[in-house]
Write a protein that binds this ligand. Structure first.
Ligand SMILES: Cc1cc2nc3c(=O)[nH]c(=O)nc-3n(C[C@H](O)[C@H](O)[C@H](O)COP(=O)(O)OP(=O)(O)OC[C@H]3O[C@@H](n4cnc5c(N)ncnc54)[C@H](O)[C@@H]3O)c2cc1C
Length: 412
């Protein structure tokens, strides 16, 4: 990492030093060390967010999910520790919160998804207290484990907002792991678990739903569809849900509540010329190049590509972005192609995972050579031991191996 003041103009500027930004920076640096590259990232701490489901279940420590951002920025890449305020794509510049302007030849936009905690009335006042927890922020995951560990009975409510969200399976992973903990502690019979989702089915890809339904039945979870959390009263221990598509509301009492916040494109992307009508970064789903501005590429949770917003998707997108960005710098055709791959390791119990893998259009694919609908100990070991290492020492270093996936015949 260079700590000299940044120059005005870089070959490549990367907005966001999360999973996507660091993967692209590392790969690009290896492929083209002569390029000047800058990562704009305000945070000093980088989080392995897929680990937070495990932190909330006492399987991983919070410390194991965190590293200093400075130690992860690749050697020779400049870290601009600030936040982008706005984009000027015609001038090929971005403006930072501190007012400085940074020029680029190519821009990679990957600032992640925005968590809209304020959209739930009363939530901010009670989050992290009164039994109201969330695996969707770092201290929340630690508090979630405290709530689960000390819970001895009563109503445990778990929510899921309107899509899209990052890791669509994470809301129900919290349900399964909490219930399995209570089962192992012998208190599940005193718990009334309820999963209230704004969706109309358990999971977007129908192939995996029967396996998940089996776990819901096994733990005795009551599922309420089309219920969207709109307000929380932590003192009274009441959660208010709106029935999706109506003005009707339902108030549910709780003793413990796991909240997944509504999510959207980041405001500074939404209000920029780079956004589509819904506010997401408007890129080609195959080449990852911006639909209007050829000097801009994007990946990760902030884009409008119709894949599952996961680190698994980022892992497949980063090599495509790097390949196409390099081609675009030398005026060659863009040959890198992303197929919409995403994966969701659904932790259905301590020790077992249903590893859902799919591409654009919900086509089921498989990287492993067994029926991935079946809860697997092998996949659990991947989720808890292999994936974190692959993330820190492979993906973020730009050296993770390509793992091929095969189309699954879902009729057989
Ligand atoms: C509880 C939970 C469980 C998950 N489980 C899984 C899982 O099992 N498997 C899986 O594959 N994925 C999982 N994910 C999803 C995964 O973490 C994300 O999809 C992934 O981190 C997306 O990478 P990203 O770089 O787009 O966004 P992020 O990693 O969130 O990084 C975005 C970065 O942009 C920075 N930024 C924001 N605004 C600005 C700005 N204005 N200027 C500059 N920088 C900015 C942020 O500080 C941040 O560092 C999970 C996520 C959560 C929360």
């Amino acid at each position: 990492m260079t700590d000299t003041p940044y120059a005005d103009r870089y070959s490549v500027v990367i907005v966001g030093g999360g999973a996507a930004g660091l993967s692209v920076a590392a790969r690009l640096r290896r492929a083209r060390p002569e390029l000047t590259i800058a990562v704009i990232e305000p945070s000093a701490t980088h989080a392995y967010q897929p680990g937070w489901t495990l932190v909330g279940a006492g399987v991983m420590s919070l410390a194991d999910t965190l590293k200093q951002e400075g130690g992860l920025i690749p050697q020779g890449v400049t870290w601009i520790r600030d936040r982008v305020r706005s984009f000027q794509p015609d001038a090929m510049t971005v403006t930072l919160e501190n007012g400085s302007v940074v020029e680029y030849r190519r821009l990679v936009v990957c600032p992640g998804i925005q968590l809209n905690w304020d959209a739930i009335d009363g939530l901010k006042e009670t989050l992290g207290r009164n039994g109201v927890a969330s695996n969707y922020y770092r201290d929340g995951a630690a508090y979630m484990w405290e709530c689960v560990r000390t819970f001895s009975g009563g109503t445990a409510l778990f929510t899921q907002p309107v899509m899209p969200i990052k890791c669509a399976g994470a809301p129900q992973k919290a349900v399964y792991l909490s219930c399995d903990h209570w089962r192992r502690e012998g208190v599940l019979h005193r718990v009334k678990p309820q999963f209230c989702t704004a969706g109309v089915r358990l999971f977007g890809v129908a192939y995996y739903v029967p396996s998940l339904q089996k776990m819901i039945d096994y733990y005795g979870v009551e599922v309420a569809y089309k219920e969207n959390l709109i307000a929380v009263n932590g003192q009274k221990k009441e959660a208010t849900f709106q029935i999706v598509g109506t003005d009707q509301t339902v108030v549910r009492p709780f003793d413990m509540l796991h909240v997944v916040p509504p999510q959207s494109a980041p405001d500074f992307v939404r209000s920029s010329p780079l956004a589509d009508e819904a506010g997401w970064l408007d890129i080609d789903p195959v080449t990852m190049q911006h639909k209007k501005y050829a000097t801009i590429f994007g990946l990760g949770d902030a884009t409008n590509t119709p894949n599952a917003k996961t680190a698994a998707a980022v892992r497949e997108q980063a090599p495509v972005v790097v390949k196409n960005l390099i081609s675009s710098l030398s005026g060659e055709p863009l040959e890198g192609a992303y197929d919409g791959y995403g994966a969701c390791p659904l932790t259905v119990s301590y020790g077992h995972v249903v590893l859902a893998e799919f591409t654009y259009g919900g086509k089921v694919v498989s990287s492993l050579r067994f029926d991935q609908r079946k809860p697997s100990r092998f996949a659990w070991n991947f989720k808890t031991r292999i994936f974190p290492r692959l993330y820190w020492y492979g993906m973020l270093k730009g050296i993770d191996p390509k793992v091929s996936h095969k189309l699954v015949d879902t009729n057989s």
